[in-house]
Design a protein around this ligand. Structure first.
Ligand SMILES: Cc1cc2nc3c(=O)[nH]c(=O)nc-3n(C[C@H](O)[C@H](O)[C@H](O)COP(=O)(O)OP(=O)(O)OC[C@H]3O[C@@H](n4cnc5c(N)ncnc54)[C@H](O)[C@@H]3O)c2cc1C
Length: 422
């Protein structure tokens, strides 16, 4: 049987490029198809500490440091009125090799990864959409805009488009995280005045929504709001710009920061509903990044998950080619790992959309050891030590207690008006 390449990768975002680079580094002949032409806008700009491990593995650490992306050390949490909140410093996280990470313009970040893919020998085809793919006992046939290729197996990294998830009906929605994001880029938004000026700001709304402010260059700030879909539908009609303006002024801590802000892009609205997959691998295919699962962006987990899962998919396919075993059963451990990582982060995200979690999370002086265990996961270390896992359980037990007994002052509204998912 003749193959045009060993492997095909669908999608050139962080998941697809990571998979393709890693496969090429292992000596395989790889083709990557990307529907768009880079550079292109993409949302997902704040990174976690653990991406540094992926950078090192893929050989892009130097490029990342040369790109002058703003340095991120953690987050600043602020309540809607600015009255409470505190810092989250990734230096406090356990099991992290390098805490400092970056805020990135995705156009430039994704271009760096794609250039690296080319440099290690991947046949990168931009502006080339995959239209269909089929699998048989001998290999996979991938049809694209200009023809087709035959390979041993493929990685689907087509993001939320989900080429294979749709083909095989794999998606499982998360009804508790049916949210809408509205966002744009602005100039003239003040940075944090002290410590780590380029950290992400997470500002809670009076209802269950929240804002992000992410400095993505010396002058630009990415500003967005996430609100439940039900709340979005209740909003007064208007253009995306008008709706966004209204949400920016109804929260004092944000209105103050945006006083002199100048918008430089049209406002975008994205349905950012979360989902996972019933399985992440089948006979001769694997899912990486958003093609498998997507989690609400509150803890900036998307790019980390995408890069890790892309590298893991490459390791699986490398082993599969050596053993000539490409069955879903062979990839079962890969699939389990994707589910476990999703579940670990999901627990925190679901928690964030409850007032009791927020009471503890935004608390100005939380117990240090307990909070360290939370920061460890939020820095990207989703598979921490037993001790940290136990402390995480204690944290969630405290959240459960807070729901019933107010073990710390209740800072967040509880009424139906607050719009927390039930
Ligand atoms: C509102 C919002 C805010 C977010 N904020 C953050 C954040 O701060 N930090 C963070 O880490 N993550 C964030 N994310 C998540 C992040 O955007 C994604 O998790 C990340 O981009 C996933 O990478 P990926 O490679 O899996 O998918 P993508 O980056 O989406 O890449 C998929 C690629 O596949 C291509 N493609 C699609 N279909 C085809 C096809 N048929 N053929 C060929 N190519 C195709 C697309 O053009 C695209 O380039 C956010 C997401 C949202 C919605």
């Amino acid at each position: 049987m003749a193959y045009d390449f060993d492997f095909a990768v669908a999608g050139g975002g962080p998941a697809g490029c990571s998979a393709a680079i890693s496969l090429a580094q292992r000596g395989h002949k790889v083709v990557l198809f990307e529907r768009d032409t880079f550079p292109r806008f993409h949302i997902g700009e704040s990174l976690l500490s653990t991406v540094n491990d992926a950078f090192a593995e893929l050989g892009v650490t130097e490029q990342m440091h040369a790109a002058s992306f703003p340095e991120k050390w953690g987050a600043r949490l602020v309540t809607h009125d600015g009255a409470a909140g505190r810092g989250v410093n990734f230096v406090d996280a356990e099991g992290i090799r390098r805490p400092q990470t970056f805020q990135v313009s995705r156009a430039e970040f994704d271009r760096i990864l794609m250039e690296r893919a080319r440099a290690v020998g991947v046949d990168v085809r931009e502006g080339c959409r995959i239209v269909s793919c089929s699998f048989d006992g001998e290999g996979a046939t991938v049809e694209h805009a200009d023809g087709k290729v035959r390979v041993h197996a493929m990685v689907d990294a087509t993001g939320r488009n989900g080429l294979l998830a749709r083909k095989f009906d794999l998606r499982k929605d998360e009804p508790l995280l049916a949210n809408i994001a509205i966002f744009s880029h602005y100039e003239n938004v003040p940075r944090l005045p002290d410590g780590c000026p380029n950290d992400i700001r997470i500002i809670s709304r009076q209802d269950s929504g929240w804002y992000w402010l992410i400095p993505i260059s010396e002058t630009l700030m990415s500003v967005g709001v996430v609100i439940p879909q039900a709340r979005f539908l209740q909003m007064e009609e208007g253009t995306p710009e008008e709706r966004f303006e209204r949400t920016l002024v109804d929260t004092p801590a944000v209105a103050e920061l945006m006083r002199d802000a100048k918008r430089v892009w049209p406002v975008r609205v994205e349905k950012d509903f979360s989902y996972s997959a019933t399985t992440y691998a089948g006979d001769r295919w694997l899912l990486a990044g958003d093609a498998g699962s997507f989690l609400d962006p509150v803890f900036s987990t998307g790019v980390s998950i995408a890069m890790e899962s892309g590298i893991e998919a490459a390791a699986e396919l490398d082993r599969a080619l050596r053993t000539k075993r490409f069955s879903a059963r062979t990839f079962a451990a890969f699939s389990r790992r994707q589910k476990k990582r999703f579940q670990t982060f999901r627990r925190f995200v679901i928690g964030f959309y409850t007032p009791q979690f927020r009471d503890l999370f935004f608390k100005p002086n939380p117990p240090k050891t307990l909070f360290r265990s939370v920061v460890t996961v939020l820095a990207g270390n989703w598979n921490p030590s037993l001790r940290t896992r136990i402390l995480n359980r204690v944290f969630f037990a405290a959240v459960a207690l807070q729901k019933r007994f107010a073990i710390t002052p209740r800072m967040f509204e509880r009424g139906a008006d607050a719009g927390y998912p039930q």
